[in-house]
Write a protein that binds this ligand. Structure first.
Ligand code: ZN
Length: 104
């Protein structure tokens, strides 16, 4: 399988797109910093604030399961796919063209 342009995916698909796919409902916001139950591990409470995400920076982290990274890492963690497969899956779910890297 050819490589994909991760930089282009990260530029085109925002953290908010991924949170939307994961039906993440923030329980609190502080500017671009959103808090809520973690979509990765089974948060016991819907009011949990263990998961924090900065939608401006496109970074997330969970204080419970210690998962962290950018929106692609989040999708890979949620789908349990390797990063390359997760990136392709994400483009397809959002109806985007996959930015394949063309070798010269
Ligand atoms: Zn977690």
């Amino acid at each position: 399988m050819p490589g994909v342009d991760f930089d282009r995916i990260r530029a085109d698909i925002t953290m908010e797109h991924v949170l939307d796919l994961l039906t993440f409902e923030p329980v609190g916001c502080l500017g671009p910093q959103w808090y809520g139950p973690c979509p990765l591990h089974e948060s016991t409470s819907e009011r949990s604030r263990c998961f924090s995400v900065n939608v401006a920076l496109g970074r997330y982290c969970c204080h419970r399961c210690h998962s962290h990274g950018n929106q692609l890492d989040l999708w890979a963690a949620a789908t349990k796919l390797p990063l390359h497969r997760a990136a392709i899956d994400l483009c397809q779910r959002l109806g985007r063209d996959v930015p394949w890297l063309r070798r010269r």
